[in-house]
Design a protein around this ligand. Sequence first.
Ligand code: ATP
Length: 441
Amino acid sequence: MMILETKGLKYSYQDGTQAIKGVDVKIKKGKKIAFVGKNGSGKSTLFMLLNGTLKPKEGAVYFHGKPMEYDAKSLREVRKSVGIVFQNSDDQIFAPTVYQDVGFGPTNLGYSKEEVEEKVEQTLEYIGITEFKDKPPHHLSGGQKKRVAIAGVCSMEPEIMILDEPLANLDPVGADEILDLLNELNHNGTTLIISTHDVELAYSWADYVYFMTEGNVIGEGLPEDVFRDADLLRKSYLRQPRTLEIYSELERRNLAIRNRFPTSVPELVNSFKPPELMWIEVSADVKEGDIINLGVMHGEYAISSPYEAVNAKVLHIHPDGHAIAEMTRHGIKSGGIVIYDTDRYDEASFRKVVAEEDIDNIGAMGKKSKTLAENNLIDLQITSGVIDKSILMALCGKRSLIMTSGGMVEHAVKRIDGYAENSGIAIQLSLANIERDELDL
Ligand SMILES: Nc1ncnc2c1ncn2[C@@H]1O[C@H](COP(=O)(O)OP(=O)(O)OP(=O)(O)O)[C@@H](O)[C@H]1O
């Protein structure tokens, strides 16, 4: 279902600059969309058209299939549902305190004083900025201001959040935290639209990508398709994401499994081909093309997980009985991952799980779980990229516990199950305090 759509959208600024020259986009509900393109290609202008801040000169924006209207009442409705976080937080934050700034949206929407208080408290807690609530926003750092700007939009609980360069100027940990927050919002149903110059981010994060130059969309598609299109990248002044570049080089040298297009480090690792060909001695009844089961390898003989079932396909048999065989390996045992739902946290059961499951590393995903860990003095070894790092640990035989909650529990289960299925490596996944059939998988 299309939640937001544009048809033949055009916009020129007062000085005559044609910033948008006929743009058609279709945004599906619940998706993560990235717009990429060089400076001045029209991303910010398009974003302001998408939430009615600007009115198109030609064409139209459709929200839930209806053309957008520009009278005050309709615009108020649209802005409640389509929130925008500007590139420069100073364009967005103007109240004397963080608390008042975050309360501005709900107050404007006509909520009662008590409702506004409740919303603001909840949002500050959710975004992790309660400690700054009485501060003047201009006394905060760039990353802290970005959180306030996001909180200001979140407090209105929009269906769609549009974020112009959400990670620009943030330190790497701050950027990871914002990304974590965005993913959490998306798992809870918010459609997200971002602009970015960061090809790694667009490639690994987005479900769908639009490429813009000079006021036009010049390409769109799934990240693994558009980021392999050298011509499109050149026209957009962008380069290939590193994971894809490394993969392409390995694939060119026949060192990687074909047609994988990894978007994360575990997927990249999973695309490597272990040394494949070996000489084996075969008996007289073996024919070329036969598959020989070589049993289970472990210790120094296992390559990608502690225990591997190894088969050999006989490619060529020499007259002396030696044959060249191609090896395939399937991990049959590896480390594991335990998921703990922090909405049901209780200290005794948590400590018991950590001890009984023989946990090496604890990670927390989502602001709520991280805060819970901090308040309960739980030492976290993994705080960003939690699922991927836990998978990488499991591949080395380690056991990780992921603390998370809400829609993120399902997301983690799906991602780990999906990795195990695609790689053939049996990562042991268990749920500590929630049943599988309670999840929407
Ligand atoms: N207020 C304005 N008046 C006149 N021209 C403008 C105005 N704002 C933007 N433009 C022009 O419109 C075009 C598109 O600008 P826009 O800010 O939408 O691009 P962008 O893709 O968001 O760029 P960046 O990646 O640098 O943020 C540019 O040529 C810009 O100079």
